[in-house]
Design a protein. Structure first.
Length: 283
């Protein structure tokens, strides 16, 4: 029962990278003692209500990198610079308003053995409050899926991508913001040359940052997205298209290397949102 409860809140169950589905980490694997082949999501012990936060040590803790006691995945997804990564979240509560932010950190070698405390994060995407809607709410409207476009000029190599929602429903109070970082291993291909300097996880935020200690219930919302500056060529703004019904069905039916790929959540997609191409199973 505990595993099912933990699994149902604030995690990425899988990603579609350039049309290919890759499974994420599920807390069920902790209890079974086995992680199936092909899982690209980092393991994390988020067995409670699913977030990092609640005290002054939050933003200097190693957990801020990839969640609680996170460990690297053994496998990697592959995406071309300029391509897309669609993050499939569990059903997200509409009370949990906030920004969506994505970072990339070059592993400098084998990502399955990297030390998370040495990763230097480059912000490649940010979306906060736009046109009267929070990014997290826009994500709900697109089938609990958020699609990140990899910068065209990002240098080829082996990376950890850190995708995060910061829930602000309690952020008007000190230590009230809730961070939901999710990490996957990704190999970026292409001829890009950009390798900007990143920021250690322990230096991404402070508890006093204007985008962390923030009252989202004021009349006019001018939200400053926290963290380092967006890299040149990074993306900002609204949400992303949800998978079409056929794409979702394909992801559900197509087997991952040794386990069935779960379908994205069943929340309805936004009306008129364009659908990405039909994902195919990883090989």
């Amino acid at each position: 029962a505990l595993a099912a409860t933990a699994n149902a809140h604030g995690t990425v169950t899988g990603v579609v990278a350039d049309g290919v589905y890759f499974p994420g980490y599920k807390t069920d694997y902790h209890y079974s003692g086995t992680i199936p082949k092909g899982v690209v999501g980092w393991s994390a012990e988020n067995f409670d209500n699913g977030y990092v936060g609640g005290d002054q040590t939050t933003y200097t803790s190693p957990d801020i990198n990839c969640h609680k006691n996170a460990k690297p995945a053994a496998s990697s997804a592959k995406v071309a610079a300029g391509g897309t990564v669609a993050w499939q979240w569990t059903a997200w509560p509409d009370s949990h308003i906030g920004p969506v932010i994505t970072y990339a950190a070059h592993c400098g070698g084998d990502c399955s053995a990297v030390n998370k405390e040495t990763l230097e994060w480059v912000k490649i995407e940010e979306a906060g409050y736009s046109n009267g809607k929070w990014a997290a709410i826009a994500m709900i409207a697109t089938n609990n899926t958020w699609t990140t476009t990899v910068p065209n000029d990002l240098a080829a190599g082996k990376y950890v991508f850190r995708h995060e929602i910061i829930a602000l429903h309690g952020a008007q109070n000190p230590n009230g913001a809730q961070s939901y970082p999710q990490c996957i291993n990704i190999e970026v291909t292409g001829s890009g040359t950009a390798s900007p300097k990143g920021t250690l996880g322990s230096a991404l935020y402070t508890a006093q940052d204007k985008g962390i200690l923030f009252n989202p219930y004021t009349g006019t919302i001018n939200y400053p997205i926290p963290g380092p500056a967006l890299m040149a060529g990074g993306s900002s703004g609204g949400s992303a298209p949800a998978p079409s019904a056929s794409a979702a069905a394909s992801a559900s039916a197509a087997p991952a290397p040794s386990s069935a790929a779960p379908a994205p959540n069943s929340a309805p997609s936004a009306t008129g949102a364009p659908a990405p191409s039909q994902p195919k199973p990883a090989t």
